[in-house]
Ligand binder design. Structure first.
Ligand code: ADP
Length: 631
């Protein structure tokens, strides 16, 4: 029942309770003091006016009842205000008591109407009429927050009033009863409207409060987020700084590695030059069969060592992204034929046939890096020969597509050798990988060759792969796209590759070299080729010799004490008389890292020969610069 009086919206708030209901109850109880006093004053006023026609015991009893209600209502209000901060259950009890007392007050007023509205006592009737009208109208602002309580309250006096008037009957009382009914409807209407607007404004104010709370929360969350972002930003910056430091450290380490490699390369190549050179000189001396075999073994071992050194250098160059490819005209057919000629004896020694099959549509001249292309083919072919016990190794060059300016080639090296299991095929192109451990024992090798070849092919923008059946053979292939070189380039290349006379050379050569062994080896090689050789052990002495004598060619070491080869060349070129025939200066250096060749050319040298120097290569190069004398 109490819920019925307190439920403002018929269930908008859960269980008829919520902030709006609480507020409506608070409004009613807050104005409780004044309304209670007013009601009691009206009761007293009524008694004062009707007392002459009413028996004292009746009005005294009624007034006493009203006074009791007056006290109890105060009690309920005090209890409500006292409990407000404490228990919810206590508040409920106070509110219920107050609602009940209001209801009782209404009933008391009804009783008052019945007791004091006497037939034919016009003045007293007027008093009752006005007081009830005033009471019910005055209760609108006080009780309308709880509309249904208000209805119950005014029903207390008005219902008996109307009934009494109708009971008296007659025109006068009937009109009064009608007025009373109309008046009641008006009161109900006003109370409904007042409550409605009150509820609307309360709802809006609560919605606003919720909005403000939401906004505050959002702003707090925003601030927290902002703080988090700032912290995150700081963390990122710190990580970035760490990364930069790590990168700098890695770059420094990489530079140190490159320097180390360059130094190692130089340090190893210098004695290798001595070993290979001396062995080559030894081969030219008189030896018996056994001695000559020993020298051959020593020479081929030294060459293997050099090829491993080259592999490791290539590999680190690629890893450091320092491998730069050339783009010059070359003939793939000539390259393949060259390699077949070169490796035939190796294949024949194993009773394996080595053949080449070249698609006639392959253009004669392509643009690319012949040295690296040669490296790829040599790796495929030597592996093919190495891992084939009988049958053949076949190099097949197919033209996949040919346009006037570009050509797509597939180069395959097929063998009938031991083959590779499918499982191992995937890892073959990784560094230091061999098909199985026994391969190393039986065939040797570092497992770097294919890894380098793969990187080279990728650098050339191509694809690489293997197909193999164990026991039947393997096909190593690569597909490459080459620009077709313009006509005329062929002649240039032919000129460049023209075989030089094998015979004696003629000329006066200045050998600039600080290492005693290399002085001896190179000196003997040059003398053996028929050249006159002067020796200078550093750049300074070379400049002095050049000032005194006329030379046909200078072989210049790069790293030397006192004055290095670069400085000496620069100094010589700056003094060279314009218009005179240019003196060829050829670098002969153990600096085999990327950029060394460029550095030599920039210093004013004309060509470059990496140590260890091979006699035939040296002869060929000198032949190109000096020209042959006789065969
Ligand atoms: P390695 O210097 O050891 O030959 P490679 O990278 O050139 O290094 O070759 C790696 C391994 O791949 C070899 O050790 C061998 O097991 C396998 N392999 C390469 N070519 C062939 C082939 N034609 N037939 C069989 N196995 C091969």
């Amino acid at each position: 029942m109490f819920k019925f009086f307190l439920d403002y919206s018929g269930g908008k708030e859960k269980n008829g309770r919520g902030p709006v209901t609480d507020e409506l109850i608070r409004l009613v109880l807050d104005s409780g003091h004044s309304s209670n006093i007013s009601v009691f004053v009206l009761a007293v006023a009524l008694i004062v006016m009707v007392r002459p026609i009413i028996a004292p015991v009746v009005w005294q009893g009624w007034l006493a009842g009203m006074f009791l209600l007056f006290l109890l209502k105060f009690g309920a209000i005090f209890c409500y205000h006292g409990k407000k901060k404490n228990s919810e259950a206590g508040i409920q009890t106070c509110v219920r008591a107050y609602v009940f007392l209001i209801f009782l007050t209404g009933v008391m007023w009804g009783l008052g109407v019945l007791l004091f509205f006497k037939h034919n006592a016009i003045i007293e009737q007027m008093a009752v009429f006005f007081i009830i009208a005033g009471l019910t109208a005055g209760a609108i602002p006080i009780l309308s927050p709880l509309r249904k309580l208000y209805y119950a309250y005014i029903a207390g006096p008005l219902l008996p009033f109307v009934c009494l008037l109708l009971h008296y009957g007659g025109q006068y009382y009937t009109i009064m009863a009608s007025i009373m009914v109309l008046y009641t409807l008006m009161l109900i209407n006003s109370a409904t409207r007042v409550q409605q607007s009150l509820i609307t404004s309360l709802e809006m104010s609560f919605a606003n409060e919720a909005l403000v709370a939401d906004l505050r929360q959002a702003s707090e969350e925003g601030e927290a987020l902002n703080l988090e972002l700032i912290t995150e930003n700081d963390r990122r910056k710190a990580t970035e700084d760490e990364l930069v430091q790590a990168r700098d450290a890695a770059e420094a380490a990489s530079r140190a590695k490159d320097e180390f490699l360059a130094n190692m390369s130089h340090e190893i190549r210098t004695p290798m030059n001595g070993i290979l050179g001396t062995l080559q000189l030894l081969q030219d001396t008189k030896m018996d069969g056994v001695q000559s075999d020993y020298v051959k073994i020593a020479y081929s071992s030294a060459e293997s060592l050099l090829s491993i050194l080259n592999d490791i250098l290539d590999f680190s160059k690629i890893a450091a992204r320092k491998m730069v490819l050339e783009d010059i005209p070359f003939s793939l057919q000539a390259l393949v034929q060259d390699l077949v000629t070169l490796l035939t004896s190796q294949a024949q020694a194993k009773n394996v046939a080595l053949v080449a099959e070249i698609d006639p549509r392959v253009p004669e001249m392509l643009l690319g890096d012949p040295t690296r292309m040669r490296q790829v083919l040599i790796n495929f072919m030597t592996n093919g020969i190495k891992f084939t016990e009988q049958g053949e190794v076949r190099v097949v060059v197919q033209c996949l597509s040919a346009f006037a300016s570009r050509v797509m080639l597939r180069i395959e090296v097929r063998d009938t050798g031991i083959g590779i299991s499918e499982k191992k095929q995937h890892d073959l192109f990784q560094s230091f990988t061999q098909a199985d451990g026994s391969t190393t024992r039986k065939y040797g090798g570092t497992g770097l060759g294919l890894a380098i070849v793969r990187q080279l092919v990728l650098l050339m923008g191509g694809k690489i792969g293997v197909e193999s059946v164990p026991g039947q053979g393997s096909v190593f292939w690569c597909e490459l796209d080459f620009p077709v070189a313009a006509l005329g380039a062929q002649d240039e290349e032919k000129k460049a590759q023209a075989p030089q006379a094998e015979g004696v050379l003629q000329g006066h050569v200045l050998l600039v070299e600080d290492n005693k062994v290399n002085q001896l080896v190179a000196g003997k090689m040059l003398a053996g080729m028929g050249l006159t050789v002067d020796l200078a052990e550093n750049g300074e002495k070379a400049l002095a010799a050049l000032a005194e004598n006329r030379y046909d060619l200078v072989l210049m070491d790069c790293q030397m004490p006192v004055l290095d080869g670069y400085e000496a060349t620069r100094a010589f070129r700056s003094r060279e008389v314009q218009g005179e025939k240019r003196l060829p200066i050829i670098a002969m250096t153990a600096n085999a890292m990327e950029g060394d060749r460029r550095q030599c050319l920039e210093a004013g040298m004309d060509d470059y020969l990496a140590k260890p120097v091979k006699k035939e290569l040296l002869r060929k190069l000198l032949g190109q610069w000096l020209g042959p004398v006789s065969s």
